[in-house]
Design a protein around this ligand. Sequence first.
Ligand SMILES: C[S@@+](CC[C@H](N)C(=O)[O-])C[C@H]1O[C@@H](n2cnc3c(N)ncnc32)[C@H](O)[C@@H]1O
Length: 224
Amino acid sequence: MKFSVLTLFPEMFEPIKKSIIGKATEKNIIEINLINIRDFSEDKHKKVDDTPYGGGAGMVIMPDVVYRAYLSIPDRENAKVIYLTPQGTTFNQSKAEELSKNNNHIILLCGHYEGIDQRVINKIVDEEISIGDYVLTGGELPAMVVIDTLSRYIDGVLNKESIQEETFSNGLLEYPQYTRPETFLNEKVPDVLLSGHHENIKKWREDQSLTITKQKRPDLLKKT
Ligand SMILES: C[S@@+](CC[C@H](N)C(=O)[O-])C[C@H]1O[C@@H](n2cnc3c(N)ncnc32)[C@H](O)[C@@H]1O
């Protein structure tokens, strides 16, 4: 799967080059292309923004610069273009699964300052996604959230079991996890997990999932 990211701050994407996503890019399972919108400014000072028509605070990213950056992506015709914006549909696990299964190439457009001139959004964007009801300074963190979440569904990035049993995957939160040592600060790992009895372990985990979901996220149970 390929992600092309249109951003004014490609250097903000260093964290996504590490750990599991970093390894997946090294193995060419996923590809992340960072496109610096500023490289497409035709202004001698590389200006990319201007004051809003009609007045008001802040600066707006100009449409022509974004459009030229978009046109530089060779295989853009078959890609889905997503604008990260607090005005978009709220991102969640099922949205991530749907996007990862139905697309081979996603273009992520990151705004900054007051946002991007509406005309280029109208021209190139297929879908708007928000990562929650709060306003960030830019779309870079949301783009990384989307890349990370979608990548976990791509074959070869993780083993399949870890996705199937996880929080939200079946509408419930995941059961608690334990590892060595068997006793930590006087608290022992639940006996059932040491029993080797697979049926009992499965039942215990299902019960725990349900109990924890009732306690922490009762709203999830109402949805099912
Ligand atoms: C300060 S925000 C602009 C907010 C815009 N003026 C508004 O009121 O809708 C700058 C950029 O950050 C990104 N952004 C901010 N909050 C976001 C969120 N919750 N989800 C996704 N992107 C967000 C968007 O790309 C946006 O263009």
